[in-house]
Design a protein around this ligand. Structure first.
Ligand SMILES: [Zn+2]
Length: 315
């Protein structure tokens, strides 16, 4: 009850904010949106259902994230391997808690091409979306399953120098999305988070040196992916994004995942559940890359079983 009532007040309050003088750019104006986890009766903000009050694009037809129904994804032979250029190059990225997520700036020298993309795109930044204490937290879901965390590496077409300009092109931005699964220990994010002072919140620091290829699975595990056209998953929700979601998840330990819940939103609350709920497809098609890798491994499995059982090898 309280929640619904407060949400209504919040919506009405926003009409006052809509008249904000943009030249003054007060914090409350600019960041007048929040995740559901930040909304309480004492702290009214535009939670995801009200993001269209922050930007009307958020009520658009082609929004992200979505649930991917794998059996409905259409195989597309044009979705070939990606070429990752300079992804191995070490850089000192600036890490910041931008009030909604943890974001790391990337020098614009790393590019991707191939993968059915219409152009070469250069990496701009990466950030994460997560849940509460290792619970469900990804933005995209696969057959209704929400992973504990999702990494977004944001790229823009090579010709642009800033994201704002790139977002005015309906194919100006390409985001690579990676899911995390909780399994064994990996080093990278413990390292990343050790750079934070979680108490001061407005932290801008530099990573001692990482490469993008350290963050993601090896290239041979990046041939199976899903593709659709959508939007940014935070306001302004601009529909200018070519999405790629890789099937192969990245392993992460439960302890490492837990650390993310220690970060804080601007309002001082734990930075948890930093994901937008899935949006309707509205007739969009989701494509999947050719299944060469799956076929190869299932062929291997059949061959191995045939050998074990003393059967003749299938061709
Ligand atoms: Zn994101």
């Amino acid at each position: 009850m309280c929640y619904l009532f407060a949400a209504d007040i919040c919506a009405r309050l926003y009409f006052v904010h809509e008249n904000c003088d943009l030249t003054k750019q007060t914090l409350s104006c600019v960041s007048d949106w929040c995740y559901q986890s930040q909304f309480t009766c004492d702290h009214q903000c535009n939670a995801p259902e009200k993001w269209d009050h922050a930007n009307s694009n958020c009520a658009g037809k082609y929004q992200s994230p979505i649930n991917i129904v794998t059996r409905k994804a259409l195989k597309d032979e044009r979705l070939t391997r990606f070429q990752f250029n300079n992804y191995q190059e070490i850089f000192r990225g600036s890490v910041k808690n931008n009030g909604h997520s943890v974001q790391v700036g990337i020098p614009h020298l790393r590019t991707i091409s191939g993968g059915g993309l219409p152009a070469t795109y250069k990496a701009v930044q990466f950030h994460l979306h997560w849940g509460t204490n290792g619970g469900p937290g990804s933005e995209h879901t696969i057959d209704g399953e929400q992973y504990p965390m999702e990494l977004h590496i944001v790229h823009m077409k090579e010709q642009y120098t800033d994201l704002t300009t790139a977002l005015s092109d309906s194919e100006g931005v390409a985001v690579l999305g990676f899911f995390y699964e909780v399994t064994i220990l990996t080093e990278i994010f413990v390292f990343l988070l050790s750079e934070f002072d979680v108490t001061t919140n407005q932290i801008l620091t530099s990573l001692a040196g990482i490469s993008l290829s350290q963050l993601i699975p090896s290239e041979q595990n990046l041939t199976t992916y899903y593709r659709y056209k959508g939007s940014l998953t935070t306001p302004g929700c601009t529909e200018a994004v070519i999405w790629t979601l890789f099937e192969s998840p990245i392993p992460l330990s439960a302890d490492q995942l837990q650390v993310f819940s220690e970060l804080k939103f601007r309002d001082g609350k734990p930075m948890v559940d930093t994901f937008r709920p899935v949006q309707p497809l509205n007739g969009r098609r989701v494509f999947r890359s050719g299944s060469a890798v799956i076929l190869a491994s299932s062929a291997l499995l059949v061959a191995a079983m045939a050998t074990a059982l003393g059967l003749s090898q299938p061709n």
